[in-house]
Each structure stands twice: as C-alpha cells, then as structure tokens.
Design a protein around this ligand. Structure first.
Ligand code: NI
Length: 166
C-alpha cells in the first residue's frame, strides 16, 4: 500500500475511545498530516476521517462532501436545529450501518490547517458527517447512540469478523 495512506484503526481498537488533545501548533507537520488524512479518506472511499481513527490523538478531522473539502481542527458546535434519523457508517466499522438520530442543521466553528477560524454550516448529510467526525475527537463512536441490544449485536458481529474470540 502507498506509504502516504494511513492504516485505519478498526473497532474495538482502544484508541477510538480516547479523547483527542487540542491542536496548538499549526506547522508544516500538521499540514502534511491533514493531507495524509484526506489521502487516506479517499483511498478508503470515506466522506470523513478523524485523527484518532489513524491512531493520532489530536483534534483534527476532515470531511469531503459534494466536492467541498472541510478541515476541522479543534471544532465545536455553536448552533444546531432540528433532528434527522438516518443510516450511518464508519471506516472503523467496515460493513456496519445503523440509524442514528442527529441534529438536521449545525453551525460549527473550527480552525483550518493555517490556524484560521472558519465557520461552517451544514444541513442533512454533511451536518451528520461533521458531528460524526467531531464525536471521534471526543472518544465517541456511532454505536454509542444505539440501544444496548443493538450495540451488543454489532459487537458480536465485529468480534466474529476480527477473530476477536482468540
Ligand atoms: Ni467514523
């Protein structure tokens, strides 16, 4: 595999449950890391990827939707409206999809790779993508929203696929 492509950590890798640290230094290393995140997201056909998913505990995530690229560094939700209930997946849970209730519209504030503050508004699918990636930065994964019954069924399925019984 191309060395620019980072390995995606799969659930139940413990790094997915850890809280990422805020980014304070906006240097070339960070820019290169953001590029690698985009390259890795493209290589895996994702619409979003967060640093903890490649084992890096920094508040950095990327989203790409309808040809628009978003760099989310130290992101936070500043406003939200409505609700939407739709199916969601995750590169750390290959082949697993589940319905998750999320706000229909969000306004977020994030820094870009230069450290400049950006405001993004997103509705529907892209709002969902922003929130999903921001959850990753806080050690949260989408199955945490499900009932324990559904979550346990997914855990069972994942452990079968990964040979987790050994
Ligand atoms: Ni994900």
């Amino acid at each position: 595999m191309d060395e620019e492509i980072l390995e995606i950590k799969k659930y139940p890798d413990p790094v997915l449950k850890k809280i990422a640290q805020p980014v304070e230094v906006f240097d070339d290393e960070l820019k290169q890391f953001v590029e690698k995140l985009f390259a890795s997201m493209h290589a895996h056909d994702g619409v979003g990827l967060a640093a903890p998913q490649v084992g890096v505990l920094k508040k950095v995530a990327v989203v790409e939707y309808e040809g628009k690229s978003y760099v989310l560094i130290n992101p936070k939700v500043i406003d939200q409206k409505g609700t939407q209930d739709a199916e969601e997946g995750c590169l750390s849970f290959p082949g697993i999809y589940a319905k998750v209730l999320r706000p229909q519209w969000v306004k977020i504030e994030a820094q870009d790779e230069k450290g400049e503050t950006q405001i993004y508004e997103g509705e529907g699918y892209v709002a969902r993508a922003f929130l999903h990636e921001m959850d990753h930065l806080n050690g949260k994964v989408f199955i945490d929203y499900l009932s324990s019954l559904k979550r346990n069924a997914i855990k069972k399925k994942v452990s079968k696929h990964t040979g987790g019984h050994f």
